[in-house]
Design a protein. Structure first.
Lengths: 302, 302
C-alpha cells in the first residue's frame, strides 16, 4: 500500500491557524516542504468553521467512537463527519492513509507539544523522533473515561499537535510558523523512516495524564473562582503542596493540597470549561525507547 | 432625578470576564466598592452569552441606531435587545440612568483603555478624570461611517472600557482585576463629581481615529496575509514608513508606505476580521481640557 499521511486542521472550527496554512498551501504548493511524502489535507469540521465555533452538535474530536460508527442514522453533524472522514481517508478507506496528524491550537500556554492517546507503539515511535529533533514535550492522554473518541485513534498511527497560547478565531504569525515547522518536521521524519534512514533516541520524556480537576463552584454549580494569577500560563511548571491554584473574589486562595507534586497542563483552556476541566495533572517520566515501537512504525509505513 | 449609572458587561456574549465579575458581585455585594453611587448592572446580550458567541443575529454594539428604534417588528435578537435596554434603562426609561459604562475585552494587546464615540462633552470630561487618575489611553472613535450604533451613544454620557489581550471565552485573573479596578475608579470619580469635590486636569491625551485597514486579500477576497510578527501586539506603538505590516507565506512582507506615521490600535482583534479590519490607525494629540466639558458632566449628574 502506498504511504499516505492524512493532515487535519480545524477539527475544532475556531482553531483557524492550521486551516489558513492549509488554504495557502493549496494555492501555492511551494510554501511547504513535504519531503516527498504523499499527503491528504482536510478541514476536520468545515461546518463548525463556517459557524466560527468549536463544533455544531458535538465535539468532533470526541466523536470517533466505535458505537458512533454504528449509528448510520445519526443527525449529528460531527458523528456524520467522523464517519465520512474514516470512509474517505481511513486505513481501509477510499483514499487510504496510514497516519493521521491532527493540528490544534489551545488558549493555554502549552507552547508546541504532541499528544498521544494510549500507548500505541507507532505513535510513541513517531513522537520520540519529533521530540528528539525539536525537543517538544509529549502529553500521554490515557485513563480518562470521560474523554474518549479522539480522531487520531481511528487511524493505526496518529498524533495531535497542540500549539498555544492563542485565542479562538485569531490568526497569529507565531502560531502559523510553529504549525508549519512541526508539520514539515513530521513529514521529514516519516520520509526518513520510509527510507530506513533514521535515528531513534534511547529515551523519551513523557508527561503521563493522571487526572483533571474542575473549577471551584458554588452551591448551584456556577464557577465561583478563577485560575490564580500565579498558576495562569504556568503549564509544564511543577505544582507542589500549598501552591496557589484558584482565587475567589472574596479574597480566598484555593491551594493545591496533595502531598505529591504534579505537572499541570491545559491550564484554563477556554474550550474545557464546559467539560468541567480547569487543568489536567501529569507526571513527568523518563521512559526507555523500545525497539518494538520502531518496528511497529516501520511495518506501518512499508 | 436620582443619579443612576448603567453598568453593562457581555454586550458581546463571548467577552465573559465582566459578566463573571457582575455575577460574583451580585452574590456578595462587598466584593466591589460603588462609593455610594446607585448602579444597575446588566448582561448586554444574554442570548449571545448562552450561545458562547459575540452575537446571535447582529453585533449588539452596532444596533443602537435611530432607525432600528423605529423597527418595532424586528426579529433580530440584538435589535430587540437594544430597544429593550433603552426602554428599561435609558435616560427616559423605566429605571432611568444618566451614564452608561460598557465593559469589553479585546484579543488585541490594548491593555486597559477608554473609548469615546464622537466628542460629547460629558464623555470627554469623565474620560479625562479617569486618565488623570489611572493614566489610561483614550481612543476617540469618530468619522467612521461603517461603524455606528454603539450602545453608549444611546445614553447622554457613556464610555466603553476595553481590556486586553484576552481570547474570547476565557476567564482570566488579570482581566477581572483590571475590570474591577477601572469600574471602582469610575464610580469613585462619578461620586466625587456629584459631591463637587473633583480635580479635572488641564490637558488630556487623545488617540483620534483616522481610518481602519483591511488584511491583504487574494483575487477571490480571501485573506492571504497575516499581521507581521513585528506588528503583532504592538498596539499604541508608533508605525512609521517602511515598518512591516503584514506577512504572506510566499515570503513577501507588506510594509506601511504612507509618509505620515500613525499609532495603530485593535491590531488583529479576532472579532474585526469579519468587519474587514486588521487594525485601526490613530493620531496621538494633546488636547486642552475645556471647562464646558466639566459643566456638562456636572449638569448631567445633578
Amino acid at each position: 500500500m502506498q504511504l499516505q499521511v492524512l493532515l487535519v486542521a480545524g477539527t475544532h472550527g475556531n482553531e483557524i491557524n492550521g486551516i489558513w496554512l492549509f488554504e495557502e498551501w493549496e494555492k501555492s504548493s511551494f510554501v511547504l516542504n513535504t519531503h516527498g511524502v504523499k499527503t491528504c489535507k482536510v478541514v476536520g469540521n468545515p461546518e463548525a468553521k463556517k459557524a466560527g465555533k468549536r463544533y455544531v452538535h458535538h465535539d468532533l474530536n470526541r466523536s470517533f467512537k466505535e458505537d458512533s460508527f454504528l449509528s448510520f442514522n445519526s443527525s449529528s453533524i460531527e458523528e456524520l463527519r467522523a464517519n465520512e472522514l474514516v470512509k474517505l481517508y481511513g486505513y481501509s478507506g477510499k483514499n487510504p492513509c496510514q497516519i493521521a496528524l491532527d493540528f490544534h491550537t489551545t488558549t493555554s500556554s502549552m507552547g508546541s507539544c504532541l499528544v498521544v492517546y494510549g500507548r500505541r507503539e507507532a505513535d510513541l515511535a513517531l513522537a520520540a523522533l519529533i521530540q528528539n529533533k525539536l525537543g517538544l514535550p509529549i502529553y500521554l492522554h490515557e485513563s480518562d473515561e470521560k474523554q474518549t473518541g479522539f480522531l487520531v485513534e481511528a487511524w493505526p498511527c496518529g498524533l495531535v499537535i497542540e500549539i498555544g497560547p492563542i485565542g479562538q478565531g485569531i490568526l497569529n504569525s507565531k502560531i502559523i510558523f510553529q504549525t508549519k515547522l512541526i508539520l514539515e518536521k513530521l513529514l521529514e521524519q516519516i520520509h526518513q523512516v520510509k527510507n530506513l534512514n533514521f535515528f531513534f533516541p534511547d529515551k523519551l520524556i513523557i508527561h503521563r495524564h493522571i487526572k483533571s480537576i474542575d473549577f471551584p463552584r458554588d452551591q448551584e454549580g456556577h464557577i465561583d473562582g478563577y485560575v490564580h494569577s500565579l498558576r495562569q500560563s504556568k503549564d509544564w511548571h511543577l505544582l507542589k503542596k500549598n501552591d496557589a491554584l484558584f482565587y475567589k473574589l472574596n479574597g480566598e486562595t484555593i491551594k493545591f493540597e496533595e502531598d505529591e507534586p504534579y505537572i499541570p497542563v491545559f491550564i484554563n483552556e477556554a474550550a474545557y470549561m464546559e467539560k468541567n476541566i480547569a487543568m489536567s495533572f501529569t507526571k513527568r517520566e523518563l521512559w526507555d525507547f523500545k525497539k518494538e515501537w520502531k518496528q511497529s512504525l516501520i511495518d506501518l509505513i512499508h
